[in-house]
Design a protein around this ligand. Sequence first.
Ligand SMILES: Nc1ncnc2c1ncn2[C@@H]1O[C@H](COP(=O)(O)OP(=O)(O)OP(=O)(O)O)[C@@H](O)[C@H]1O
Ligand SMILES: [Mg+2]
Length: 393
Amino acid sequence: MISYFKNHLQGKLLLSYLAIILASALVLILTSRLTIDSAFQNHLGRMQQAQLESGEAGTGEGAGLRYGAGADKSDLDIENSPGMSLYANFQASFREALLWSSVAALFVALILSFLLSRRVVAPVRAMMIASRSIAEGHYDERVGTHGSDELGQLAQSFNQMATELEKTEEMRRQLIGDVAHELRTPLTTIKGSVEALEDGILPASPETYELILREAGRLNHLVDDLQELSRVEAGAYELNITPLQLSSLSGTIEKRFGTQFVEKRISFASHIPENLPTIQADERRLFQIFSNLLTNALYYTPEGGEVSLEASQVGNAIEVLVRDNGIGIPPEHLENIFTRFYRVDKSRSRHAGGSGIGLTITKHLVEAHGGSIWVESEGNNKGSVFIVEIPIK
Ligand SMILES: Nc1ncnc2c1ncn2[C@@H]1O[C@H](COP(=O)(O)OP(=O)(O)OP(=O)(O)O)[C@@H](O)[C@H]1O
Ligand SMILES: [Mg+2]
């Protein structure tokens, strides 16, 4: 019960309205108690005055009113009073007291409402100012998070959003730097080679053309990756979902990676049982998922290492483990590994054209199949396992 009022804005608002009502009622009662006496005395005084005056004018003893030292209320001859009757007097005093009490209660209610509404509005206003500041590019702006009610949670979400924006902005800046760097290297090589060819410094040999072609290929790869990333992130692609036996991918995987693993002297074992339940998936995209993971395993495992791909049924899902005993991933990098443009060792990946896009695309594709992907690694040189889970529908 207490936690409801602590954790819910609705509860707090309800309490504050109650507090205002109670405080106003209290002030109303107290003020009316204080004012009703003097108001009544006042009116009585006036009534007495009026009656005395009318008595002096010759209305007679019986009709008079004795009021003053020694007089009590029974002395008041209300019925015969020529001035204001006692009841009317009481009504007037009551109205007067009520008026003053209402003014006091209203005043207290106003002050309390102002203070309480300021407390409610303050975090909203802080978020408004912070969001303007963020819109102007100050991504380090944060708001204070007080309490655990909806406003506190909103402030936390706001800060989370600001952190994400700051990260994205930082990555965008880094990406521009990275892309410029990645583009500059092959472009410089291509430009230099063509100029040298023109000047006759380089012979027009197959090696020269191959060098130019390789650099052009690197450019192509980067541009393709960027295009694919923007398409996948925007969800601007279609999944061709069909019932699929995962083992049907074995042949394609072997054909695509078999020789590459042999060339790098890495042992590769793929185990996809044929009796696994069928899943609903896009075969080409599923291959792209495993292809990205195996390309990484191939690249981040030194010669003589081991890579395996194993599939099995776990509960109501198919789990595929892509395991290697390569360079591994330090724990502090694990949570960022699927973030776009994130690379554990930036200088190392850059030389090979790795831009930290592959895993982001992979994650999007897995999630588009209703699945999930995560990574486990015990750290540097301890290898890594990427686990893909696709539900059986
Ligand atoms: N099997 C692995 N072993 C160790 N580190 C890995 C492994 N797979 C990925 N990583 C780390 O994760 C980072 C992100 O991988 P990702 O595939 O997204 O990008 P990339 O391989 O650098 O470039 P590309 O976009 O060309 O794939 C890599 O730079 C690398 O640091
Ligand atoms: Mg990769």
